[in-house]
Design a protein around this ligand. Sequence first.
Ligand code: HPA
Length: 281
Amino acid sequence: MKKRIKSDDPVEAAVAHLRPRLPFQPRVGVILGSGLGVYADRHPAKLVVDYAEIPGFPPCTVEGHRGRLVFSAPSGTPALLMQGRIHRYEGRSLEEVTRPIRILGALGLDTLVLSCAAGALADLPAGQLLLIHDHLNLMGDNPLIGLSREPDGVDGFVEMAKAYDASLLDLAESRAASVGVPTRRGVLACVTGPTYETPAEAAMLRGLGADAVSMSTVPEVIMARALGLRVLAFALITNRAGVPIDQTDSHRAVVTKAERMTEKVAHFLDGLLSGLAVPAG
Ligand code: HPA
């Protein structure tokens, strides 16, 4: 059942700006993580809106994230593609990090697909697509802290045992196989960053049961579940966590790595979205 958070001025301001402009009713939201934003350029857009022009939409300041909402219908599925996300390490609160998810939910989407770059903890090669089936929220914070308790509104006591939709995971696996993109399933640990892990931190995260680590995605998944959206998340492995990224600009190196794999991710997303063309029953 879909839920909404009441008395929510920035979200309402953003929705009031976007709703009259909607070229169609989007059903699926896709968050394109570091270096993956170019996927949105591969399909004709019906409408592109810069985050900066949407009242209440937090700014996007990090390289590799263009900060635009793109309305298009890849593989026939009416979608809202987010070219770039807001991160905790940009100095934003988790309320701001997850505000776009509340805006998407208020616009009537029912499914959210999230992507991110991630460092491998398990034995995973760079370029591996990891379908997330569980997570460790290690941000030391939670986007649902302090939500107002209003009738019919969202409260913080959200069931997370089945956060990642089983049928979407099956669909993603079979679509990826049919377009020749190998996938694995795994657990994503989420940290604030912006530092990368020390060898000891990477060993600790592995010991805790994580297969990969990123600086995003998990807060957005939590908010999406609080709103009753169906969630699929995947990580693109760009490096090995805890091992020096042999470049002076390690973030640029991660973004470049992800950009080189866009072709693979695009095949996967096209296949996935064609499987989502029919609304969930
Ligand atoms: N650690 C955390 N986040 C990341 C990494 C990493 O090694 N690579 C890409 N995002």
